[in-house]
Write a protein that binds this ligand. Structure first.
Ligand code: IMP
Ligand code: MG
Length: 184
């Protein structure tokens, strides 16, 4: 079944802008980590950040590890429950590594705060956060990402990995979902 184009109210970040964001953040990270003595490990938070992470990491010419984690998501709701469970954990030890968590979006900030604390507790040398999108208006905890693709207003967005009820992930851009889709 095709997507209904009318479900997307407007495009917030176009394909060209997404490529520019990846170029900028990749250059910044390459500069920041090129002289590090520690192993660089990217922790990709499934599923929303998959396209962003693959586009980003391919632009970074440094030796690095790629690992995955999955934490509980919104499901059918567009509101954070405040409860975050680790559904898929790392399969390796990250002691002494420079870890960069790659997320799709920071909303309340709870997910990233919990992940950062967990990975630091496991002995990472450093843990930084990289997010494609940031909705600072919605923050309920004190959490700032070191690498931010774009700051967006408080609207529900889909595409380029982000979903609503597992739909719209594969759109090539980030768009605002028309509220009628989830308010009915
Ligand atoms: P937080 O813990 O409230 O910061 O929630 C972050 C997670 O909520 C993200 O990783 C997304 O999975 C989900 N999320 C928050 N806002 C949106 C949105 O606008 N569209 C799709 N998913 C979202
Ligand atoms: Mg997510």
């Amino acid at each position: 079944m095709y997507y209904n184009r009318q479900d997307i109210k407007r495009i917030l970040v176009s394909e060209e802008e997404l490529a520019g964001i990846c170029d900028r953040l990749a250059a910044q990270m390459t500069e920041d980590y090129k002289d590090s003595e520690h192993e660089l490990v990217f922790v990709i938070v499934l599923k929303g950040s998959i396209f962003f992470a693959t586009d980003l990491i391919r632009r970074i010419p440094l030796h690095c590890g790629i690992e995955f984690m999955k934490v509980s998501s919104y499901g059918k709701s567009t509101q954070s429950s405040g409860f975050i469970a680790v559904q898929l954990d790392l399969k390796r030890d990250i002691t002494d590594a420079d870890v960069v968590i790659i997320e799709d979006i920071i909303d309340s900030g709870r997910t990233l705060q919990k992940l950062r604390d967990l990975l630091l507790h496991r002995g990472a040398h450093s843990v930084k956060c990289c997010t494609l999108l940031d909705k600072p208006d919605r923050r309920v905890v004190d959490l700032e990402a070191e690498y931010v693709g774009e700051i967006i207003p408080d609207v529900f967005v889909v595409g380029y990995g982000l979903d609503y009820d597992e739909k719209y992930r594969t759109l090539p851009y980030v768009g605002e979902l028309d509220p009628t889709v989830y308010q009915n």
